[in-house]
Write a protein that binds this ligand. Structure first.
Ligand SMILES: CC(=O)N[C@H]1[C@@H](OP(=O)(O)OP(=O)(O)OC[C@H]2O[C@@H](n3ccc(=O)[nH]c3=O)[C@H](O)[C@@H]2O)O[C@H](CO)[C@@H](O)[C@@H]1O[C@H](C)C(=O)N[C@@H](C)C(=O)N[C@H](CCC(=O)O)C(=O)O
Ligand SMILES: Nc1ncnc2c1ncn2[C@@H]1O[C@H](COP(=O)(O)OP(=O)(O)OP(=O)(O)O)[C@@H](O)[C@H]1O
Length: 514
């Protein structure tokens, strides 16, 4: 097991070293840098003109990039730039020539550059990479809870986490806005973690990150594949399911041990790809799994289940509803088993684990009205959430509040409308990151599919008002689900993100009146 910690020194490299690195990896097209320019030291690297200092090597990338960003970066101290094309900087009238490095694939180039800039500091960490259509955040936080229980016993710093909920690396503790950070940020997090003597880092690896090489070159001690279902298919994401699936399978090119869920769709193909790894640990509710879960039982908001492996046969408990969370817990047990984490820490960690904005249960003062704030927002999670609710609350009616995002995963409007209509008694359709599409148009598209079922359907565009009404209308025989945003505190309107209270805050406010 890795046990590194200690000081990290960013070795300062010359521009020539980066040119050589790009050339060696077949990415260099041409460069204007020559002679002493190649010896200039790269003191900082940035792809954001608002984050530039003297001696910065500036990266020009992105669909929204404009030459104005580069000009601004040069004014702030950037001394050279990397790009897929040359830019005309003549109007800047700089005293010195600004060398360019032209590459044929900026996204791959960024991964190599970031890796070199931070001296492959990730090698000092035990990295856990988790991918899948659903359950990435939950499993990542289950892992954090297990690792932190173990590290507490060892009197060592808590583990780091990079997730769609938060990023924590020992230095930075922030709400995150991407599932997997952009390349330079990713390596900066690794660097901060090592500087903070952190030994373990669990992170979500999105299909977008894999497709666009955000994690290229990084090697995971354990990589985990949770499941695969149709999602993220749109112009801005993946062109089809195959592209989405293949992107996710890339994880196995970069891990030592693979943990694979035998209950996933396409499990044979996943296993076949996983066989490239040195070791494969399987998990699932099937006896042939290395980590085999059975005897699942619910009691209140807790779930207990038995797990058998070649070295133990033990009962585990999670204190979160949602039967699908057993699969996430089995994933965490499989990863912990691969990492040789003691059983007592796995059990204790899972018992304590809570995941922000996922299956958070709130009740009124008299404890007879349940409102669950959850993050379900695609077909797989809606199906698992409703089937689980029907089993966990067999005699209750279901009210749900949700919406769909603009210009993303367009099939969700039909799929979620249909599933919600099928299982609910009342559906409230509302705002959920409509972005650049008209909100009412999205709501009406969802409503069309809800109304195919015998279910009440209300469109209330204001999310706060939709949650208020759903709770106000609910009687004691109803469970209210508020899904899709968890504890997020912003809404995408147009191209901007507007700060808002979270669903949890709304729910707590309106439950006071019940
Ligand atoms: C707006 C947009 O579509 N951005 C996507 C795009 O980023 P990009 O490299 O083209 O950059 P950009 O956003 O166009 O920005 C242009 C550049 O100008 C710079 N800039 C900007 C303003 C300024 O004043 N100065 C300046 O220098 C910015 O720093 C940036 O470098 O290409 C990237 C390829 O990796 C995408 O990740 C990224 O997705 C945005 C951020 C996004 O929200 N993507 C979603 C779909 C995503 O990645 N989601 C996954 C989870 C989904 C899953 O499970 O697959 C995730 O990992 O979060
Ligand atoms: N293993 C699972 N199978 C099916 N649904 C799940 C599973 N785990 C969680 N869910 C549902 O999906 C929602 C999101 O869970 P989580 O945030 O853990 O997944 P994620 O993969 O990180 O999602 P996203 O990519 O949207 O951030 C949960 O709130 C729950 O409704």
């Amino acid at each position: 097991m890795k046990n590194r910690g200690g000081q990290v020194s960013n070795k300062i490299q010359s521009l020539g070293e980066y040119v050589g690195l790009l050339k060696d990896n077949g990415l260099l097209v041409e460069t204007s840098a020559e002679g002493s320019e190649l010896e200039e030291l790269v003191k900082y690297i940035s792809y954001n003109s608002m984050d530039v200092k003297y001696g910065t090597l500036f990266i020009c990338k992105g669909t929204h990039f404009t030459v104005e960003y580069l000009k601004s970066a040069v004014k702030e101290g950037a001394f050279a730039y990397i790009s897929e094309q040359k830019y005309d900087l003549s109007e800047l009238k700089t005293e010195r020539h600004i060398p360019y490095i032209i590459v044929n694939d900026m996204r791959k180039a960024m991964a190599y550059i970031s890796d070199r800039y931070y001296n492959q500091v990730w090698k000092k960490l035990n990295l856990i990479g988790i991918t899948g259509t659903k359950g990435k955040s939950t499993t990542t936080y289950f892992m954090k809870a297990v690792l932190d229980d173990y590290l507490k016993d060892m009197k060592k710093p808590k583990s780091a986490v990079l997730s769609g909920i938060d990023n924590y690396d020992g230095v930075i503790n922030e709400e995150s806005h991407l599932t997997t950070p952009e390349t330079l940020d990713l390596h900066r997090h690794f660097n901060n973690a090592v500087k903070s003597d952190i030994e373990y880092l669990s992170m979500e690896v999105s299909s977008q990150a894999l497709k666009y090489h955000r994690t290229l070159g990084v090697h995971y001690t354990v990589g985990c594949f949770l499941n695969i279902g149709e999602d993220h298919i749109s112009e801005a994401e993946h062109r089809d399911f195959e592209d989405y699936f293949q992107s996710k399978l890339k994880l196995f090119d970069q891990c030592e041990t693979a943990c694979v869920n035998l209950d996933s769709d396409h499990e044979e193909r996943i296993l076949q790809e996983a066989s490239k790894c040195k070791r494969v640990v399987t998990f699932g509710l099937q006896e042939r799994a290395d980590i085999y879960g059975y005897n699942v039982a619910t009691s209140g908001n807790s779930i207990t289940f038995q797990v058998r492996s070649d070295s133990f046969d033990e009962e585990f408990r999670i204190n979160m509803p949602g039967l699908f969370n057993v699969s996430n817990a089995l994933a965490a047990i499989a990863i912990s088993y691969a990492l040789n984490i003691p059983l007592k820490n796995i059990r204790a960690g899972l018992k304590k684990a809570q995941v922000s904005g996922r299956m958070e249960v709130y009740t009124n003062r008299s404890n007879d009205l349940y409102v669950i704030v959850d993050y379900a927002h695609n077909k797989m999670s809606f199906e698992s959430l409703f089937t689980s609710m029907k089993r966990e609350f067999p005699n209750k009616k279901i009210t749900i509040v949700f919406g769909c995002p603009g210009k993303k995963a367009l099939a969700r409007r039909r799929e979620l409308g249909d599933i919600a209509g099928r299982y609910s008694d009342h559906v409230f359709i509302t705002e959920e990151d409509a972005g650049e599409e008209p909100l009412m148009k999205i709501c009406e598209e969802i409503a069309k599919h809800v109304e195919e079922h015998a279910c009440k359907c209300s469109i209330i565009p204001d999310r706060k008002e939709a949650i208020r009404q759903a709770i106000a209308d609910a009687d004691r025989d109803t469970v209210v689900l508020v899904t899709g945003k968890g504890r997020e505190t912003r809404q995408k309107r147009g191209t901007r993100y507007i700060d808002t209270p979270s669903d949890v805050e709304y729910v707590q406010e309106f439950l006071k009146d019940k």
